[in-house]
Design a protein around this ligand. Structure first.
Ligand code: PMP
Length: 401
């Protein structure tokens, strides 16, 4: 653990306990170094350049794409489209795929715990195309309701968007049966993998989905970069999302023809250093013993759940044994932001709010929650510090009363 933590410069600051990893993770030296080296040595625009710097930049950029394809077990590198992150990947689909697939009277399904990045682009696409967006409900126990999902599939939705791990709650869904059921009625299945990539091995072929979206900054990589994986036949059939340089084959004032995959969906100069940094992050993750990391994170979450359950006046939300990454709670009668500020004074970074999941918060009947979210570098001592700070808070409000 000591040597792992040493790889993260930001964690070396005294008095910092960083438990806001679902929002963004810290970055290891490898990632920072890969990006610095690009700017220090190789900086040039990619593709078409005749000079050696451009060749080096292109090699590193396309090498990052190859790494990502390996990271998610994509069958082909051209199926990996660089985007700014999950949000842009979802907007790409809700623009391009929706134009191809959605017609008046059609249906789209999104899960109840979906991030606004899934809900809003598809809601707006439904408005544009005269389709209807439905929420896949949760059970009273706080899981995604498979029976209710199957009932919704009777409407033969064109598109189903599933969030593999909820960023707000940390609970997960067994994706394979959901994907298989949706595919059986002919739906195109999109996975929001934003919270999956740092915590579990991803195999898009084994999942059986059509698209998988993720963000670099949630998997120890830089901000401003992420990827959309999609099946070749769908990506080839879809119209371009944005237009300009890079994405064209030929242009006249009357007509343009478009480049092949993946460039057709990558208009303009890409985020080159960020893509290289994301490649380095994927390499870094693939070098870790991912089973032990997942087991360690699971233990931390279990420990936090147990400790919080022992305090009076704490409500936990969807806190299951198989949760991944995050744990949501409130101190009864207290505003979540007050807890966030209190914890910050103890040097503890957590996130308090609606976590970009307002429909989920409405479902839970709360304005927001406090969320602690773990990464490979967190420790039991850090969880102890959170519990101690919350105990202090409970004492403080008790004295106040
Ligand atoms: N989906 C989920 C589940 C997320 O956690 C997030 C980020 N909080 C997003 C989508 C959006 O990701 P980004 O802001 O990196 O585009």
């Amino acid at each position: 653990m000591e040597s792992l933590r040493l790889q993260f410069p930001a964690l070396q600051q005294a008095g910092l306990i960083y438990l806001d990893n679902a929002a963004t993770t810290q970055k290891p030296h490898d990632v920072i170094e890969a990006m610095s080296q690009f700017y220090l040595r190789d900086n040039a625009n990619v593709h078409r350049g005749a000079h050696r710097l451009s060749a080096r930049a292109t090699r590193a950029f396309e090498g990052a794409r190859a790494t990502l394809a390996q990271f998610i077990n994509a069958p082909a590198q051209h199926e990996v489209i660089f985007t700014r992150g999950t949000t842009e990947a979802m907007n790409l689909l809700a623009s391009s795929l929706a134009t191809m697939q959605l017609h008046p009277g059609d249906h789209v399904l999104v899960d109840q715990w979906a991030h606004h990045a899934s809900i809003v682009p598809w809601q707006q696409a439904c408005h544009r195309h005269g389709a209807t967006l439905h929420a896949i409900p949760m059970t009273a126990a706080g899981r995604l309701d498979f029976d209710a999902f199957r009932a919704l599939l009777r409407q033969h939705p064109k598109v189903v968007v599933l969030t593999g791990i909820s960023n707000a709650l940390g609970c997960r869904v067994e994706l394979e049966p959901f994907i298989a059921a949706a595919k059986a009625v002919g739906a195109t299945v999109i996975i929001d993998g934003a919270q999956m990539v740092a915590h579990s091995h991803i195999d898009v072929q084994a999942l059986g989905c059509d698209f998988f979206a993720f963000s670099g900054h949630k998997m120890y990589g830089p901000t401003g970069i992420g990827a959309l994986w999609g099946k070749t036949e769908l990506l080839e059939a879809m119209p371009p999302y944005q237009f300009g340089g890079e994405m064209i084959a030929s242009v006249s004032f009357e007509h343009s023809s478009f480049n092949q995959l993946p460039f057709k969906f990558e208009a303009g100069t890409p985020a080159i250093a960020e893509a290289i940094g994301l490649g380095a992050a994927a390499q870094w993750l693939m070098r870790q013993d991912r089973h032990s990391v997942a087991a360690h994170e699971q233990q931390l979450l279990q420990y936090a759940q147990q400790q919080l359950r022992q305090l009076d006046g704490i409500t936990l939300y969807s806190a299951f044994a198989d949760n991944v990454g995050s744990l949501a709670f409130n101190v009864d009668g207290e505003h979540h932001q007050d807890i966030g500020v209190w914890l910050d004074q103890a040097g503890i970074a957590v996130r308090c709010g609606h976590h970009c999941c307002q429909p989920l918060m409405q479902h839970l009947g709360v304005k927001g929650t406090c969320r602690l979210s773990v990464a490979a570098y967190n420790t039991h001592a850090e969880i102890d510090a959170v519990i101690a700070a919350i105990s202090d808070y409970l004492e403080f409000i008790d004295d106040d009363a």
